[in-house]
Design a protein around this ligand. Structure first.
Ligand code: 3HC
Length: 653
């Protein structure tokens, strides 16, 4: 072993038996910053010139190979050498270069590996070109080299979806040449030695396997449908589909497309979301606060929500004890959870060994005292204050003094629930979204007396459940449902003012929501919200504008798709404008003497956005939400706001 050679602040190397082992050490994720590119280009020059060096290994320090281009450099003036320059020099080198993928090789990181002459990965490595998730396409050869390596359809699927593949899949696809459990660097050095003096396999010189046009059409059709109007996936499909043209032409087109997209509003929005997700778990007052250890979670109420939470908790490696009112209900809940796990098994999300360990960690009971071993208990019972207070009083008697209690209420005041316990500082809200084992968003509610380590525990548990936690203060509906109420109210005002449900839905879908508001209502059913409105009727401020249209629909038996009709009619199962609904809306307008007027798509979108923003600003002013980007995350991950618009607060500009 020789001494360490320093090529730049982030790139060093050792020489082992004439092989230069180059390590990129640029925490946190070894992004290819200007200094990394400089160091790599110096290392390449050194290897080229130094006769005693016969080849190179490139690897990353820590648990990442290279997390991609440095996103923080986007929008700043380019610094030479560019990543495509460095990558081309690697591929063109006369001496063999082997990539030793010690961890994630993403975006520019995978593009760099694709230009190496051989790729070896540890089983922990994850490979992918997730650029479309940032509103861009790969900009350093990914769309041209990957199809040469694995064929057009497979490359198109990976690049236009941004999906990450594990090392095992990457091996079977042909992205890597070897996967090794141990001694990655030793194996890589041996690989370089074997390649010395042999013709080097340069990815860009490989012939592209011809693809079946029907298969290609199927793959691209699916990807474009999923992209729903976003530019980057469509451009990725186009670039991969045309990758059989001369390499130089393909690379130039790719780079130009990358640069145009990088400066687009869509990419700025998605970058905002990327950083917002990482900001969300940085909570004021929790610096240096350790979460409490949690290994056993109790879940009270094993209905749809409770079962979903149980599946998420089992997936996070926790032992789960479910509680329901009677032994029969507990048994039914147990079966429901097993049923969800079986579905995961059937879909391949869970393997047999995982299924067996998860079911072994699950039990269900109707006896409160059985929750005694729990470190955290999450209630998901009926959303009624008396029911929840009664439950918390009972739990207070059976759980340890240091165990944490969480309420999953959507609309009740968790401070009132907390006050039913002797230690309100150990109570917080964990507001899951249904289905809880699928939806990523988790509102973590900081109650009046929640202790910092209790809040930190909520965040730590959320991470293990693979959720996106967003901290909210106490207010009716928390961040999400409060903004959603404002959104819904504005849509109803628009109805009275002159727009029809299908016009509002079309405007929302055109904006990027997967489904318009009224179509969502019909799918979910109108009766629960109707019942709530009836309960709240007495407390309503008579001076506030109230729109009766939804009530009239319910009174007419139009309760949504389940009753065959709601805001729409459903002849042949497809939604259609129903004159009866239009008549109800017109009657409501005349009752208030409102003269309807036409609304353009743009006007509808602007009014809906403005309503969300106004409520978001109120939440910030009240200190319920800590930052505007938290609000964006809630609306994107819980309410279908299009991520490529960046969330309402970002979109307002
Ligand atoms: N550039 C700059 N900063 C980055 C970064 C990147 N590519 N990737 C991650 N970071 C930062 C994060 O913002 C975070 O910063 P913070 O600590 O100040 O909040 C820190 O690194 C750690 O990130 P994570 O919390 O995400 O760390 P994990 O260990 O959970 O995940 C990862 C690591 C899987 C690499 C994940 O960070 C990730 O997916 N990164 C983005 C990957 C990506 O999209 N790459 C493509 C970039 S675009 C590109 O390469 C263009 C090319 O084609 C030319």
């Amino acid at each position: 072993m020789s001494d360490v050679t320093t090529f730049s602040a982030t790139v060093t190397a050792t020489t082992r038996n004439g092989i230069l082992v180059v390590t990129i050490d640029n925490p946190p994720v070894n992004a290819t910053s200007a200094d990394v590119r400089l160091g790599l280009s110096r290392a390449l020059a050194h290897a080229e010139l130094e006769a005693t060096i016969s080849g190179l290994v490139i690897t990353g320090a820590g648990k990442t190979f290279i997390g991609g281009a440095d996103i923080k450099e986007f929008g700043k003036p380019a610094i030479e050498p560019t990543l495509p320059d460095v990558i081309e020099r690697i591929e063109a080198l006369s001496k063999p270069v082997v990539a030793a993928l010690n961890g994630a090789a993403l975006g520019g990181g995978l593009e760099l590996a694709l230009a190496c002459h051989y790729r070896i990965a540890s089983p922990a490595a994850q490979l992918g070109l997730p650029e479309v998730k940032l509103g861009i396409v790969p900009g350093a050869g990914g769309t041209q080299r990957l199809p040469r390596l694995i064929g057009i359809p497979a490359a198109m699927e990976l690049i236009a979806s941004g999906r990450i593949a594990r090392a095992g899949e990457a091996l079977s696809l042909g992205i890597i040449d070897e996967m090794v459990e141990t001694d990655l660097i030793e194996v890589a050095i041996t690989a370089v030695q074997k390649l010395v003096g042999t013709p080097l396999r340069r990815t860009s010189e490989l012939a592209i396997a011809s693809a079946d046009p029907a298969e290609l059409e199927k793959v691209s059709g699916k990807l474009l449908a999923k992209a729903r109007g976003q530019n980057a996936p469509a451009e990725a499909v186009r670039l991969v589909a045309s990758s059989h043209r001369p390499l130089g032409e393909g690379l130039a087109d790719e780079r130009a497309t990358f640069l145009t997209l990088r400066d687009s509003r869509e990419a700025a929005a998605l970058r905002h979301v990327f950083f917002a997700e990482r900001e969300a778990s940085k909570v004021a007052g929790l610096e240096g606060v350790d979460p409490r250890p949690v290994s056993t979670i109790g879940i009270c109420g094993l209905g749809l929500m409770g079962s979903g939470i149980a599946v998420a908790a089992l997936g996070g490696g926790y032992t789960v004890i479910g509680l329901d009112q009677t032994p029969e209900a507990a048994e039914k809940g147990h079966e429901r959870i097993i049923g969800l796990l079986e579905r995961n098994l059937a879909s391949g999300r869970l393997d047999q060994a995982g299924f067996d360990t998860q079911t072994a960690r699950l039990s269900a009971t109707a006896t409160d005292a059985d929750l005694a071993p729990c470190d955290l208990v999450i209630e998901a019972v009926f959303d009624d204050l008396d029911v929840k207070i009664d439950l918390f009083r009972r739990l207070n008697k059976v759980i340890r003094q240091d165990a944490i209690l969480a309420t999953n209420t959507s609309y009740l005041n968790p401070d009132e629930i907390a006050s039913a316990t002797t230690y309100p500082e150990r109570v917080l809200g964990l507001h899951f979204f249904s289905p809880a084992h699928v939806m990523r968003l988790l509102e973590v509610v900081r109650c009046r007396e929640t202790a910092p380590d209790v809040l930190a525990t909520g965040l730590a548990v959320a991470k293990r459940l693979r959720k996106l936690p967003v901290v909210t203060g106490v207010t009716e509906g928390f961040i999400g449902n409060r903004i959603f109420s404002a959104y819904r109210r504005e849509a109803e005002f628009l109805l009275e003012d002159g727009a029809l449900p299908h016009e509002i839905d079309a405007a929302l879908e055109d904006y990027g929501f997967p489904m318009g508001l009224f179509a969502v209502y019909d799918m979910a059913g109108l009766e629960i919200a109707w019942a709530r409105r009836k309960r709240q009727a007495a407390a309503r401020d008579p001076s506030e504008r109230y729109v009766e249209i939804a009530d009239k629909l319910c009174e007419a038996g139009r309760l949504g798709q389940k009753s065959g009709r709601g805001w729409y009619a459903y002849p042949d199962g497809k939604r259609a404008v129903d004159p009866e609904v239009t008549a109800i809306i017109e009657a409501a307008r005349s009752k208030k003497s409102i003269k309807p007027r036409a609304f353009s798509k743009d006007e509808i979108q602007q009014r809906m956005l403005a309503a969300m923003v106004a409520e978001g600003e109120a939440l910030l002013a009240e200190g319920i939400a800590a930052r505007a980007s938290d609000i964006d995350l809630v609306m994107i991950n819980g309410y279908g706001f299009p991520a490529h618009k960046g969330g309402p607060m970002f979109a307002k500009g």
